[in-house]
Design a protein around this ligand. Structure first.
Ligand SMILES: *[C@@H]1O[C@H](CO)[C@@H](O)[C@H](O)[C@H]1NC(C)=O
Ligand SMILES: *[C@@H]1O[C@H](CO)[C@@H](O)[C@H](O)[C@H]1NC(C)=O
Ligand SMILES: *[C@@H]1O[C@H](CO)[C@@H](O)[C@H](O)[C@H]1NC(C)=O
Ligand SMILES: *[C@@H]1O[C@H](CO)[C@@H](O)[C@H](O)[C@H]1NC(C)=O
Ligand SMILES: *[C@@H]1O[C@H](CO)[C@@H](O)[C@H](O)[C@H]1NC(C)=O
Ligand SMILES: *[C@@H]1O[C@H](CO)[C@@H](O)[C@H](O)[C@H]1NC(C)=O
Ligand SMILES: *[C@@H]1O[C@H](CO)[C@@H](O)[C@H](O)[C@H]1NC(C)=O
Length: 633
């Protein structure tokens, strides 16, 4: 990883002036040159521009932000599709077979077919022992020969080809064969849930980067949450609530006491679907740093019926190439993100053809991991995938949840007010079959209203839970049977317009329903900043491999408050500061307590990459803060 270089020359000062708590003016003092990249005009009306708020309720006002604001546009640039080391495959697959591609023979110098020998070798996951990494696989002893093409009954295979006794080709393929006990079911009432996730894409960045997909979903009546606010820093603390309804700390107390424990004792939403007789699938790429695997021990028993991560891990290890930061962009000649989409398509079509109810969760990381401008690369592919599935009538019994976990967390855009807001506001789109809206009209109506309410990953969990028993949606929910004090509320129930961040389980540092004011860097601010650095040093206590940090400078300071709370109970300072020796840039919200001391709210964010600075520590939280003593020279 490369540390963001000090491009402070490009600093733009944002002033947020608030008048009477309702009018927000944005203005930048300096007009800078910016890269002139042409992006499409906004496709959708994004919130209510007229009254300057995207969410405008008594409990929460989220300022209106323009995806195509000229101050943001300068951070958007063209991103090229990765180029794989292998230009063409020799073997390819469809839903059920692999086949040799004669068109590639010249490239592989194949002249006489009698000298070409190809075979495939199945492989599968085996359960790790206690304390072992969840990465173990086993290969079939036999490599089964084939000529031209062959039908595959296995889930994952490795293909090897020799020409004139020399290895010329290695590839891997994944399939979705029905497993033990899975057979055609003709339940007309079945409802499937398909979660398609994109890592690190804010709602507005989706609109900037993937206009084709957005337009397609919107034209089909896709329902977009405008006030979906993240609840934690990175992927884990934002997806754990979606999958379990718990915070990371609650998960630790509940079922995952130690980082070296596996997650088998935790109850994930796919378990509920499984109990109801659904087939479950979990797919992620760049799986070495997967949700349950990065500095964690995964599962002993496989979490879902189908798990694509097993394949991805093996595949990337064997033929991964074109690495970009942390992730291989290709396996052999194929783009990793497309491979995940292909697998997902195989899963959906197989389930649909066999009328099997399912819950599928597919999370794309490889092409998106920490790049603001890379989602544009896959717009066409997501658009085409959805089109193929819908036009093939494969989603007539399926609720599609297209979503992200958070926006970009570091880089130049994070130094702007809008960048900070976008980080906290990821996208969520629902797409329902036509009949859903008619059958569950009241629930659907509530959802539409909730698109203009403050919502969270905890709500999304409750929504996924209720879809296990869709006929529960026939209950005529009204505000009386929704408890404002519930942290997570199904999005099919009416959510009160009085809901505040506190009600919804969003700590002040992530809350976007706030107003703020630039303040000068006075002694009070410096006290707050020093207190934040003390907090970091306290967390690093006992880790002698990490250097003690000191405050270099406060880059930005704001006073933050929640306009919907009648009385300011404390004053919150939102600070951006730099520390030495790491040149780390942190963002923190400090609460000024009555006795004049300060307290960190939530966690401290890092706005530039830590790269190799923290290679001496494995704790995934402390990696953000640690500067290894060994680098001091
Ligand atoms: C919205 O903001 C603009 C200035 O940016 C202001 O002129 C207008 O009155 C505001 N509208 C409302 C409803 O507050
Ligand atoms: C897959 O390819 C095999 C071999 O070329 C062919 O026989 C089969 O019909 C194809 N199946 C599909 C679903 O396209
Ligand atoms: C196969 O390799 C041998 C040497 O290893 C060589 O003599 C022979 O010409 C090759 N045959 C073909 C068809 O390439
Ligand atoms: C999981 O639960 C079992 C039975 O309650 C217990 O013996 C085991 O220690 C738990 N494992 C973890 C990792 O908490
Ligand atoms: C879609 O599903 C609904 C409800 O099960 C059914 O009435 C309808 O005929 C289906 N439409 C298509 C095109 O299969
Ligand atoms: C809260 O504090 C801010 C900053 O001092 C101030 O502008 C705002 O009016 C206060 N709100 C209330 C309700 O007191
Ligand atoms: C201020 O109050 C907090 C709790 O309200 C306490 O933890 C802290 O020690 C106090 N600080 C001082 C300097 O008294």
């Amino acid at each position: 990883m490369e540390l963001r270089s000090g491009r402070r020359a490009l600093l733009i000062y944002w002033i947020t002036i608030l008048i009477c708590g309702t009018i927000i003016l944005y203005g930048n003092i300096f007009e800078m040159d910016y890269l002139t990249v042409r992006f499409n005009k906004p496709l959708l009306k994004q919130g209510s521009k007229e009254n300057n708020f995207t969410i405008d309720t008594p409990g929460c006002k989220i300022p209106y932000l323009d995806a195509f604001d000229k101050n943001i546009r300068k951070y958007t640039e063209k991103y090229s599709k990765p180029i794989c080391d292998v230009s063409s495959p020799l073997v390819a697959s469809n839903l059920t077979s692999i086949f040799v591609l004669p068109s590639s023979f010249p490239l592989y110098h194949i002249e006489d077919l009698r000298y070409l020998e190809c075979c495939y070798q199945p492989f599968w996951r085996i359960e790790p022992e206690k304390g072992e990494e969840d990465t173990k696989i086993e290969f079939d002893n036999t490599c089964y020969p084939f000529i031209d093409d062959i039908d595959i009954q296995d889930e994952f295979i490795k293909v090897t080809c020799k020409y004139n006794s020399t290895n010329i080709y290695v590839d891997t393929f994944s399939f979705v064969p029905l497993k033990n006990g899975m057979k055609f079911q003709a339940d007309p009432d079945r409802l499937n849930v398909l979660v398609l996730g994109l890592d690190t894409v804010s709602r507005l960045n989706l609109h900037r980067q993937m206009p084709k997909t957005v337009k397609y979903l919107a034209n089909l009546g896709g329902v977009e949450l405008m006030g979906y606010n993240k609840v934690g820093d990175n992927t884990f603390p934002n997806l754990i609530p979606v999958l379990t309804g718990l915070t990371e700390d609650e998960l630790i107390n509940n079922c995952w006491p130690h980082p070296n424990d596996n997650f088998d004792n935790c109850s994930f939403v796919w378990n509920l679907y499984k109990e109801k007789g659904h087939i479950t699938a979990y797919g992620e790429d760049c799986a070495w740093m997967g949700l349950f695997n990065y500095e964690r021990k995964g599962f002993k028993k496989q979490n879902t019926d189908f798990n694509y991560a097993v394949f991805n891990r093996m595949s990337e290890g064997l033929i991964g190439n074109s690495k970009e930061v942390d992730c291989n962009q290709c396996i052999g000649s194929r783009l990793v993100y497309k491979e995940l989409l292909d697998y997902m398509k195989k899963f959906v079509i197989t389930m649909d053809t066999n009328r099997l109810p399912y819950f599928g969760f597919f999370w794309e990381v490889t092409i998106l991991h920490e790049y603001l401008n890379s989602p544009q690369v896959c717009d066409d592919d997501y658009h085409l995938l959805l089109k193929t599935l819908l036009e093939g009538n494969h989603l007539n019994n399926t609720v599609l949840v297209f979503m992200s976990d958070h926006g970009i967390r570091w880089g130049d855009i994070r130094e702007t007010f809008q960048g900070k807001m976008e980080e906290r506001l990821p996208f969520v789109f629902f797409l329902f079959p036509d009949w859903f809206q008619r059958k569950y009209s009241k629930a659907y109506e509530n959802l539409k209203i909730n698109t203009k309410r403050l919502t969270t990953p905890f709500d999304l969990y409750e929504t996924l839970v209720v879809l296990v028993n869709p006929n529960d949606l026939l209950v005529d929910y009204n505000l009386k049977n929704t408890n404002l004090l519930d942290r997570g509320i199904s999005l099919f129930k009416p959510i009160s317009d009085e809901r505040t961040c506190e009600d919804a389980g969003i700590t002040d540092n992530w809350c976007t329903c706030t107003e703020s004011m630039d303040i000068e860097i006075n002694n009070k601010v410096l006290d707050a900043a020093k207190s934040a650095v003390d907090n970091i040093n306290f967390q690093l206590k006992g880790y002698t491999q990490c250097a003690k940090l000191t405050l270099d400078t406060v880059i930005d300071a704001k006073l933050v408050w929640n306009p919907s709370v009648k009385k300011n109970t404390s004053l919150d300072y939102s600070l951006t500061l730099r520390t030495l020796p790491s040149q780390a840039v942190f963002e923190v919200t400090m609460s000024n307590l009555r006795n004049d001391s300060f307290e960190v709210i939530g966690s401290i964010s890092r706005l530039n990459l830590y790269g190799d600075q923290s290679s001496c520590i494995t704790d995934f939280h402390l990696k953000l803060y640690c500067y290894c003593v060994s680098l001091l020279g």
